[in-house]
Design a binder for this molecule. Structure first.
Ligand code: N01
Length: 537
């Protein structure tokens, strides 16, 4: 590529301004002294929290650990208002972080990366964007998130629909007023479960189209005051240590108990207390074997079903809402505020599409096996082409014209979920092959950013500029990720973890099930060994 086709040359290009991109830019610029350019498709920072502005969007990890922990300044200067803050507050937090660390000046916003191409002669990446500007960089970090490629299913008739339709992950910034509208919401994952109760409170009528019932546990959101934050922050090192040494980045003390070793009355009392407490602790804090043993899992699954039958007045609707045939937690568990209660409202109809799906969208509504539902608005809460989707959208070409899309046609292959053979100096944050989406994301993000920064720094100190994994290391790690996915019950549901939500996508369990603490230790060991499994030059 001719030098005059390049608008500017940088040490590092970081794609994305979410939790990971912001920290990566800060770390590389302030601690390594690199010339860094961040590129972000949105008009400002926020990533997931910039795009996902649907009604009811909020965090479902608790605020005291769903945040940055690397900066004492950010920690000291920010108190969350509640246990599970809503999207606008999380977006404000990321904007605050960007401003406090003076990161905006390193970003090109409103700019989407259209391709990344390895330039063999220059040992650098050529980064083309939709604005027509082209950049070159020695290193690229894809901080594009695991759940940013929206999935709008290909349902016949959508183009002819005369009403409005929205995907939750691309929600209009000005919001949507549902007053007086009849709404069809497609999807009952974490997003749909957060959105339905809020839409139902405003809409004239809400049809919830459910293909697979989901297990959800109450969030039990509540306000948090300054005194509580003073208490939490005074022992914050312990919170951080607990997240880092845990299986999934949650600072909950794992229970030594099996769900099968306590009498039923006691077990039920434990589930009751966790249900009242709310949140992910129901999965991680009560018994150690809910994701290991089918019989143990069934005790939790049946408890949740019993709650659905208690909450939902109409027994037929309750039964349709009861998940069966797959373990609790094998799909990413949602948490909710008044989800099952929503089906007691007169203006809400549960439409079971488990058999037959949606046959078509008409100009005035949605046709399902039980008839035609006239609606003004369709909300697609239909999730994402997870993990691989955001990376493949970057149209990445590595050495010798090797395209990532071809390399991953049978599923993602990585070394540590950080790099791919044939794609030198390209790092992914929380990519496939790392614990990623099975964990509290900021915990995993901080570890990846810190590992990548250390790697670049180590190389520079040794006068080396190019790193990529050997094919052997990639094959061994990819086999290990596949083997680990057979451990426990994660593989027992048709989830987006294995691409089952995208028609035609190769079914491969993408995140690493080996646990965050083990994974961190492995990454440490490899860095300390001088980057075993990588070719460095
Ligand atoms: O997406 P999903 P999501 N016809 O894929 C249905 C994170 N998150 O956006 O189960 C009809 O889980 C699909 O049905 P089925 C979190 O990690 C975090 O809800 O495939 N229905 C399912 O019900 C989460 O897991 C927060 O049978 C169709 C739904 O759409 C991840 O994002 C909040 C369909 C999709 O569920 C994704 O959640 C929200 C079709 N053709 C989300 N295609 C936090 O608070 C799909 N569906 C941090």
């Amino acid at each position: 590529m001719a030098a005059n086709d390049i608008d500017s040359v940088h040490d590092l290009v970081v794609v994305g301004a979410g939790f990971s991109g912001l920290y990566m830019v800060h770390k590389a610029r302030e601690e390594l002294g690199l010339d860094v350019l961040g590129i972000e498709a949105g008009a400002g920072p926020g990533g997931t929290w910039y795009w996902n502005r649907y009604p009811g969007a909020r965090c479902d990890s608790e605020s005291f650990y769903y945040c940055y922990t690397f900066s004492k300044v950010l920690l000291d200067e920010w108190d969350w208002s509640s246990r599970y803050p809503e999207q606008p507050e999380i977006l404000r937090y990321l904007e605050f972080a960007a401003d406090r660390l003076d990161l905006r000046r390193s970003f090109a916003f409103d700019t989407r990366v259209e391709s990344l191409t390895w330039d063999e002669d220059g040992s650098r990446w050529i980064v083309r964007t939709n604005t027509g500007r082209t950049f070159a960089a020695t290193w690229v970090v894809a901080a594009v998130g695991a759940l940013s490629a929206a999935n709008v299913p290909d349902i016949p008739g959508l183009d002819d629909f005369q009403g409005e339709w929205f995907h939750t992950g691309r929600w209009p910034h000005e919001g949507v007023d549902f007053t007086g509208r009849r709404v069809a919401q497609i999807g009952t994952g974490s997003t749909g479960i957060q959105a339905a109760p809020v839409i139902a409170r405003q809409a004239e009528h809400l049809y919830v189209l459910q293909r697979t019932p989901n297990y959800t546990v109450p969030a039990r959101d509540r306000p948090m005051d300054r005194d509580e934050w003073v208490r939490i922050k005074s022992a914050y090192d312990e919170v951080v240590a607990a997240t880092k040494s845990s299986f999934a980045g949650f600072p909950y003390t794992p229970s030594p108990r099996s769900a099968l070793e306590v009498p039923e009355v006691e077990r039920r009392a434990i589930y009751e207390s966790l249900w009242e407490e709310g949140g992910f602790k129901f999965l991680w804090g009560g018994f150690h074997d809910l994701l290991l043993d089918e019989r143990a899992n069934e005790t939790a699954a049946e408890f949740i079903r019993s709650k659905i039958r208690d909450i939902v007045h109409d027994p037929e609707i309750a039964e349709k809402l009861c998940p069966k045939g797959y373990p609790y937690g094998a799909k990413r568990p949602p948490i909710d505020t008044d989800y099952y209660e929503t089906f007691n409202r007169d203006n809400v109809t549960l439409v079971d599409i488990s058999e037959g799906g949606i046959s078509r969208i008409t100009p005035t509504g949605v046709e399902t096996p039980d008839g035609h539902h006239e609606v003004d608005t369709i909300v697609f809460a239909t999730g994402f082409d997870a993990m691989t989707g955001p990376l493949l959208r970057l149209d990445i070409t590595g050495r010798d014209g090797l395209r990532l899309a071809d390399e991953w046609v049978d599923g993602p292959t990585t070394y540590l979920g950080l790099q791919v053979a044939g794609f030198p100096n390209l790092f992914t944050i929380t990519g496939p092959g790392s614990p990623s989406v099975l964990t509290n994301m900021p915990t995993s993000i901080e570890q990846h950013v810190e590992w990548i920064a250390r790697c670049i720094d180590d190389l520079r100190q040794r006068g080396q500029l190019v790193i990529e994994p050997t094919q052997e290391a990639v094959d061994t790690w990819t086999d290990h990720v596949a083997e680990a996915s057979q451990f426990g019950l994660f593989n027992r549901a048709d989830s987006w973890y294995l691409g089952a939500n995208i028609p035609g996508k190769k079914r491969v369990f993408m995140p690493y099930v080996g646990g965050l603490a083990n994974y961190r230790a492995k990454c440490e060991e490899i860095a300390a060994s001088g980057y075993e499994g990588f070719l460095v030059s």
